[in-house]
Design a protein around this ligand. Structure first.
Ligand code: BEZ
Ligand code: FE
Length: 298
């Protein structure tokens, strides 16, 4: 039997990989082993600390169910999800980002989060997805173009958000079904418009092991007010993103590191009775948020 020294156990593990190992898997597992061993050495990890880490990860797994994904939350709050999103967008939009003739950059992507629900109703432009929900009404409008400013007609804007108190339909008591969700398709000018609510900040679920971790790190669990959108049409690189309300707290300390300056939008406040561009005059104060999305060619 070959006896390994503390100094060469890392290489000993890597040497067990066989030639049949899938090359990409080999690359990833090699980095996992190298970095994990380096971490243990760097902090001189004690056995009770390693056991605490194993118990923590066990609890993360046990907290997952059909409605709750604590591992994704762990990845989000450690900035891993956002790092993967940014690298993916840079890779997929490489040509558009290098195109010297392009006039606009693709809209920045951010984390999808756990509250996306596929199959939101396809609604006519101008529909109100926030009707009857807590929160101040907001009118959203803008255009979707390519990186040369050319309008993209029939482009899907799949929108979802929490209510004006930061609560998503999936978190509401009882089976309330889809709320504050809809899919809109741009007109021939690439324009979109719809009504919803002005989003409010809210905490990520903090009653599980990830919440314990955040408290141990001295961190709050809040996300600034935002509305999610997935923008896609065949022939273009899809983007999953948010718009953040410019006056929201926590823009500088989003619990999941999802804020990009280019996604922060002013919500212009209007008094009740003032007419919106579509002729509606809500009987409460309302807000207008304008944003133009840009997709890179696929
Ligand atoms: C959200 O924006 O909905 C979200 C994102 C990451 C973790 C939890 C919630
Ligand atoms: Fe969200």
């Amino acid at each position: 039997m070959t006896q390994h020294q503390t100094a060469d156990i890392t290489q000993a593990v890597l040497d067990r990989l066989t030639p049949e190992t899938d090359p990409r898997f080999r690359e990833i597992i090699t980095a996992v082993v190298r970095h994990a061993h380096a971490l243990v050495r760097e902090v001189d990890l004690k056995p009770d600390e390693w056991m605490a880490a194993i118990q923590f990860l066990t609890k993360v797994g046990q907290t997952c169910d059909a409605k709750r994904q604590e591992f994704i939350l762990l990845s989000d709050t450690l900035g891993l999800s956002m790092l993967v999103v940014q690298l993916d967008q840079a890779r997929r939009s490489k040509a558009a980002l290098a195109d010297k003739t392009a006039s606009v950059r693709p809209t920045e992507a951010t984390v999808q989060g756990p509250f996306y629900w596929e199959g939101a109703p396809s609604l006519p432009l101008g529909s109100d997805i926030g009707e009857g929900m807590p929160g101040e009404p907001a009118y959203y409008s803008g255009r979707i173009t390519d990186t040369h400013g050319k309008p993209i007609a029939d482009c899907c804007l799949d929108v979802w958000s929490g209510d004006g108190e930061g609560v998503y339909d999936m978190q509401m008591d009882g089976e309330v079904g889809m709320r504050l969700r809809g899919r809109f398709h741009t007109d021939s000018e690439g324009a979109y418009r719809f009504w919803s609510i002005k989003p409010f900040y809210y905490p990520v679920p903090a009653d599980g092991p990830v919440g314990d971790m955040l408290r141990a790190m001295g961190r709050h669990p809040n996300r600034p007010g935002h509305i999610h959108m997935m923008v896609y049409r065949d022939g273009y690189v899809p983007v999953t993103t948010h718009l953040f309300a410019a006056d929201s707290p926590y823009l500088d300390s989003d619990a999941v590191f999802g804020v990009r300056d280019s996604l922060i939008v002013p919500y212009e406040r209007h008094e009740k009775g003032t007419r919106a561009p579509d002729g509606r005059a809500p009987d409460r104060p309302w807000h207008a948020a304008k944003y133009d999305f840009v997709l890179a060619p696929a």
